[in-house]
Write a protein that binds this ligand. Sequence first.
Ligand code: AMP
Ligand code: MG
Length: 406
Amino acid sequence: MNTSYMVTVEEAQKFVLEQIRSINAEEISLPECLGRTIARDYYSQDNIPPFDNSAMDGYAVSSPDVARASRESPVVLKVVEDLPAGSVAQREIRKGETARIMTGAAIPDGADTVIRVEKTRSEGRTVTIFGSIEAGKNIRLCGEDIRNGQLVLKKGTVVGPAEMGILASLGVDPVAAARPPTVGILATGDELVEIKEELTPSKIRNSNTYSLIGQVKESGGIPRNLGIAGDSKNEIRRKIEEGLKNDILIVSGGVSVGDYDYVKEVMTDLKGRIVFWKAAIKPGRPMVFAIINGRPVFGLPGNPAASMVSFEVFVRPAILKTLGRQNDNRREVSAVVEEEIKKKKGLRYFLRAHTRWEGGVYFTRKTGLQGSGILKSMVLANSLIVLPEEEEIIDKGRRVTVRFLN
Ligand code: AMP
Ligand code: MG
């Protein structure tokens, strides 16, 4: 096999990312920002909590006042005020005094701790205290969660439910979020029919468009389905031109060296610059990456599993970069492989696998046939076994790198 004209996976990834710019931000309302990427650093302009407050229901006291209180010799204090959450104390706590306080209410001046209600007995406007307590106990201090001026959420963070809560407590709404890239998806092939069309002899249903829609969404992009182009230069050209309205364009199929593989030719006709063609990867060797009109265009292999793997390896990182995402949330672990694997030297393999954690170790095995058209093994996979170019035989029981897909 002649591998000299192929770029390695690493080179190809680098070539792709070099061409990708992050796109601008937009303001979106806080309740809508789940899963979005934050487009600026957010600093706190307040202390959170903004004031010392009670961590429980009880009595705000000055610790010296109750220093000698016990079951046997309780101390009686005068209750001067009731402080529900949200209330503002009207007076200071002086010697021999206390205020009834609820969780979340501000600690009144003169008090340095809160004694829990279970250690007390209330009688009219007095309360009997049956134990002592240290200063500072049961108080949530001003700024103990977040200090004024602190960097709270970094640019490139993906917003989850906890981030939504933090943004709310910082008073941030709307949120500056990266504008998700639109990603055009074009399927090519005379053999393809759409889902609802009749499956006449020699036809197959277009499945790549739908796997790709899922992968684009999962990566934070907005898929735009451009449908199917038959294997004709004109049709492919027209659809690619239409697809270039998007931030990124994916064309599936038609990138090999078959007589009807026109995608690369059309890219050249459109004055596109072919950045690379063919990568040393299995599955997914026949692929092309070009810049047309300043737009990144991926020509992915038509075979369904190959299309998905190439997306994972090359397109997903590009989408994440346009979003300014800090990390890609794909865990890579070392796992013990449960079967011998043979491979061709010179190609990096990505095998569909199921990986599980058992007795403190990850174990991994292939999920079935690995032909580049076999989608079922992808359905069963929760991970990809990544095998380096130089390897040929991987013995059973050896450690391999596994990349989780979820
Ligand atoms: P190609 O890359 O065009 O040579 O296609 C390689 C293989 O993938 C062929 O068997 C095609 O029928 C199949 N294929 C291409 N595009 C799709 C698609 N959108 N959905 C399902 N299979 C496809
Ligand atoms: Mg084809």
